[in-house]
Every structure is written in C-alpha cells, then in structure tokens.
Design a protein around this ligand. Sequence first.
Ligand code: F6R
Length: 607
Amino acid sequence: MCGIVGYTGSAPVAPLLIEGLKRLEYRGYDSAGIAVQEGDQLQVVHRKGKVATLAHTVDHFDFKGTCGIGHTRWATHGKPSEANAHPHTSCDGRIAVVHNGIIENFADLREELQSEGHTFSSETDTEVVAHLVERAYNGNLVEALREAAAQLVGAYGLAVTCANEPGVIAVTRKDSPIIVGKSENGAYVASDVIAMIDATRDVVVLGDGEMAKLTADAVEYFDAEGNPLSPKITHIDWDLDAAEKGGYSDFMMKEIHEQPRVIRDTLAGRLVDGALKIDELDMSAEELNLVDRVYVIACGTSYHAGLIAKNLIEGWARIPCEVETASEFRYRNPIITPTTLCVAVSQSGETADTLAAIRDAKVKGAQVFGITNVVGSPVARESDGVIYTKANKEIAVASTKSFLGQVVSLTLLAMLLAQVKGRMRMNQIRMLFRELADTAGQVEAILADTYSVDKAAEACVNAHSALFIGRGMGSAISKEGALKLKEISYLHAESYPAGEMKHGPIALLDEGFPVIAIATQSPIYDKVVSNLQEARARGALIVAVATEGDEEIQQHADHVIYIPKVRDAFSPITATVPLQLLARRIAILRGCDVDQPRNLAKSVTVE
Ligand code: F6R
C-alpha cells in the first residue's frame, strides 16, 4: 500500500517522478505528491486525488531539478487530504520523506518530538520520520536516517532527501519493499521495479534493515550497522508492455486476455521424462512423502485459489488440507509439526498478514512453501521454496491472471504430492498434465465469444445484490465470482454453497434477484440443478455457467454462459473466466473504474 519513487541523475526529475507514480498507482490512489531539489531548496507539491491531478498541477511549475522523491497514497493514518499527502517535511522544510508502511509507535514519537518543539502539519504517522531525521541530522543524511529508523516500530519503505545534500537520496526498509536501480542517467528507487523498468532491468531488492545512498553517479549499500554491502543484482525479464494497456480499454481486460499465456508459462518445463518437476520446492521426494498435513494460507482472491487446492490435495494426495485466511491463522494456535507443509499464496508476495503467518509457521517448525508472482518478494525470500506464477506484472487492482496462475501452480503441487505419495501413476500424471495444458486453448475459446456474458451483465446491472452459488469446486469458484463483482462494481454480492440456500439465503430471493450458478458437469451437477430450480421458483433471475452441449440447463436458467468441457478438477480454470468478464462488464455498465476501485490497493502491506 502506497507507492514511493525517487530519482537522482542528469535528467529533469519531475516528469520521471510523475511517470513512476502513474505506474505505481495500483498501490494506492487517494493522494499524491513530489519533492524536488530546486537550487538550494526543496519544493514540495501535493494533491488530493489521483496522480493525474498532481501531474496537472506539476505542469504549472517549471521544475529544473534533477533529484527528487514522490509518493502515491493509500490512507492509513489521517484521511485523504492535501495536508496528509506525502512527501512530509521537517520543521525547516529542508528534509522531505516518503513512506510506505505503518509506524506503530508514531503517537509516542510525535508527543516526544512535539515536547522538544517540533511542529506537525499532518495527521500521518509518516511525519514523525521527517522530524526524527531532522533531529538526528548532522551533515550526513544516511546516518540521520539510520538513527531515525532505529527508533521506529512497524513497517516502512523510506526515501529521504535533504536540501543540504544536493543530488542525494537515502533509503531504507523494513517489511515494505524498496527496489534500487542504476542506469547511465542516474539512480532510481521505487516500491516496485515497474517504476524504473524502462531505465534498467538489473535491480537490487533491498533487504530488511539495509540502506542505500543514491547519487547521480553511484549507489552505495550498507547494512543496518553502516557497514558497506555488496548487493545481489536481480534481473527482471518481463517486458514494459506489462505496464501498458496494449490496445485494451483497461488493464483488467488486458490481464483477463493474458490468461492463456499465464497457463502455458506456468506449466512450461514442469513435466520432465513423464514426471512432475518442481525443483524450487527444495524438498526431496522422501521429505515430501512425510508431509501429513497441509495449510494453505492466503487472503482474498489468493485464499479462493487455496479453497480449490484443498479439493485437489485431499482428493488426489489424500493429505488433510486446511485453507485459512492469513489474518485468522496468525492469531490462532494452529497444530503445526515438522511434517506440516504451509503453502503461502500471495500475488504480491508482500501481504502483511500472509507474511506474519508464515513467519509464525516457521517458528513452529513447519516447512513453508510460497506461491507468488513477484520475484524477490518477501514471501519468496522467507519461504523454504517458491513457485512463481508467471503472470507477469498485474496492474488492475482486482486479481485475474494471477489467480489463474495460482490455481495452476496449486494444481501442480497437488499432483506432485499425489505422485510422491504413490497415489497417482505416471500415466495418470501425464494425462492430467496434458488436460491441464489444454485449458489454455479452452480459455482462449471462452475469451473469443463474450456475447452471452454481455447479455447476462445487462440483465444484472440494475440489481442491488447478487448471489453466487455452486457445489464442490463450483462453491470455491462462486466465492471468487462474488468477490470480483463486489470489488469492482460495488454491487453487493455473496457466495453460498448451493446446498446451503435453504438454510437462510433463499429468503433474500424475489422477482429478478440475480443468482449466478456454477453448473458445470460434475458428479453433483443434478444437485446444483435442483437448487437452481428452487431459486427460479422464487422468481430469481438465473445466470448459469454450464458445459457446452448441456441443453437441459436452458430450461432452468434465464441466461446460460457455455464453457468447454473439462474434468471437474480443472473447472476453476475455465469457469472463473466468464465470472471475471461478467463482473467487469457489470462494473463498466455501472460506470465504475475497473482498474482502480475505490478504497482498495493492490498490495495490502498493513494489517
Ligand atoms: C481481489 C484481490 C485481493 C488479493 C488479496 C491478497 O481481486 O486481488 O483480494 O487477492 O489482497 O493479495 P496477495 O495475493 O497479493 O497476497
């Protein structure tokens, strides 16, 4: 949450900061600001609202400076306002700070600083950092930041600049990402590589407690004690295209259409000589064979991928599997032994609750395995092994392609566990793998014809609420469908296992109430159809996602969205796609911004 960016070099900094902030806007978009070194002063501009509003204001300043920092905010302490927008400055206005994270002890620090005469101009937790650096400053910005950071409790990615040190930016982090890069034209810092990828693909992912001093010609790295560090360079191999819409009207649509590629890339190289290969797990077949309990820990959409994995891991490998939201898992006392495998699923790899949960699981002795989309992210670094989902950068706040990447990765993991447990023969593995690979083409077919999705969207657009139902895999899929709809269209949506309707939710139904049912071919198809009939008898408007060739379903539904026939185990891959399209279409018809829904941010780095 929140995006920070900084540059020092030979080029005018303001346009670079604005471009970087636009690319980081997925991390928060309620206010934005920049601080630029102009002559021997710092010039700070903030605006409430999106980066475009800031950009418009910055156009009226004739900034000449070549060193500065910027921020796009997702409010935690203090409402979105101009005063609360970063950068925040010291009393004398010569030090400016941008921050991603939360300072938990800010109230005590603020009181202490105020008693010493520091005056505050915002309600944010961040402002204490500007005053702490000011108090510690003795001609060396890096040292002052080190001293300030040592007093902070919480999570932070910080970039600081000072009018007394032309061309210098000091950075540090704890539990919030900081990426540093260097090109011929200067040095860059950002919360995400996407802000600098057109300047450099070789970056340094700063570790917790580490610091860097950026100048136009060099970047120096230090550990928390100030000793010089040789940084590990990470090469980024995805394209800048990921940050562009590529001809689509929004990122969400572009990312939905990338899903066939994500499936293919996630599977590439995984079947070797007829056996599954996931070397990154870093566990031998013998160690895996000992696993007797699996926890999948995740939040939001990633949690839904976990619900799908539970069906597969228990069904194929016969290992008990529990799926838990990380925010609950971290505060309970789950049963963990050395033969417990914890699988942390996180697109961003930086979700605060997921990270805290895996740290706790490791302390209790579990093996931790990460499934993430971001190379070098905290989840990747802190797990014993990691699978990357190969979705490439996901910009739209609502996850689509990363979800499919997670489902495919978890399906591979379930097959691997079944393989090592001797519950699946090699020929079965090969057959399943082929069918899994075929889903890429099947998703392409779904994307090629969206007529029935669009018609169903038109029928639902004026509803006040919608119910998503399904059984088995369909129940997990319906949860993701409901989340997509509510987060981007602001239409209330709820998901229920179809069999639970009679235990309460059916009372909601009246004439025209949309019920979206996952009614694909499965061993419990007939049961879902019975539940549809019950809903229809109460006047509900039925939208059914069904398998091609199923003529019967037309008698029970007002709108049928057909998808290709796949085995039930792979239905989440195909059946989720029309639900993503449906949610997007309804949101567009309701005039919503599908890429940047209100109140949300792509990375949830606070509790
Ligand atoms: C919904 C969505 C969120 C995320 C959740 C976890 O579309 O994207 O629900 O899935 O915030 O984020 P990650 O996967 O980054 O841990």
